[in-house]
Design a protein around this ligand. Sequence first.
Ligand SMILES: Cc1ncc(COP(=O)(O)O)c(C=O)c1O
Length: 399
Amino acid sequence: LREREFELAIPLCKPNPAKLSESASALREIEQRAFFSNFGPVNTAFELQMVDRIFAGEGECLTVCNATIGLMIAIRQAIEVRPDSRRRYALMPSFTFAAMAQAARWSQLTPLFCDINASDWSADPASERRLLEKHHDEIAVVMPYATFGYAIDLARYEQIQREFGIPVVVDAAASLGTVSADGRGFGAGFSGAVVFSMHVTKAFATGEGGLVYSASSQLIHSLHSMSNFGFSGPRNAVTIGLNGKMSEVAALLATLRLQDFDAVMQRRANIVEQYRRALPELSFQPVTAHRQAHQFTPTLLPREMADCRAAIQAEMRRRGVESASYFSPHVAEQDYFRAHADLTTLPITNDVASRALTLPLFDTMTDGEVQEVTQAVKAALALCPPTRTPTRQLSPVTS
Ligand SMILES: Cc1ncc(COP(=O)(O)O)c(C=O)c1O
């Protein structure tokens, strides 16, 4: 088995952050300044650059050590500005990564899951609204997920904030680099918190890192304080806090990634387009006129093949190609959240998750490797003749 794994020709991802070994002079400068963290000059310059280059000069950015911490402080801030013990829910889709629901649990909130739409796999407006209307007094925060970097409609969430008075925290973990329909970086102009990840598996790969954006300077200032032990001024805690700061070396990695980021984005988009053309058997997120950041290549199997997914993945692996099934199990299916969430019926989430097949994507992937993956997918699909099986459903629980 070890030998087989070693031979795996095409992994799901090949991390490719900027090379610190080629940036000795910038590292030396950090050492000479002896300023390694606490919002140092590299970090501050990076935050300003991001506002200018990604968010068209509007709003402010705050770096954090990772996106999960960014989500945790943004959720906590939403609670702090409207304290009320009745507000026990964080409304979110279940078709996402556990980090979102875990971040809510750190503020003792209970995830309340809405269903997703079958097209771009983000929160379904009707399902979300039903839960908002039913539970609005009990919802502390609304948490949409910009699914796999897709530019969801943030105007709807501005409207939710206005109509229900509930703060919105957007999980945009995979979206750094996505451009919205208005031509600006995804999130630009949004008045709530938009949280991006710079984990090494993302298009904007560093190592560990996150970025919180908001058009509201006041919000960013309060998150800045929460990410620094709640301090305002020298060691005077004025609010709840933790240590969410980004180190100078991490900020250098982020600065270097920004330099070659356009080329990285283009190459990744080109690979996804090749998959899309070569694999009409699979479903993809809709093509948008603007740019989408791509982390992996999420696809869906034909519905009749859902039960064959493990065999398809095994055959791909036998052919040297790694795959995954993001997000299956989806959050509500995971043991901890079965015990700590109020489960609702999620038919589209169940259907989409059961068919998820994630294909490899990395900056250095060659066209030949893309072809190898598509051939492996086709061969694996051919081994699984469609058997008409009904879609699985979560057993209905209360909402
Ligand atoms: C949807 C989603 N939210 C949050 C996170 C957490 O990001 P980080 O690893 O930077 O904490 C991830 C990470 O992959 C993610 O996919």
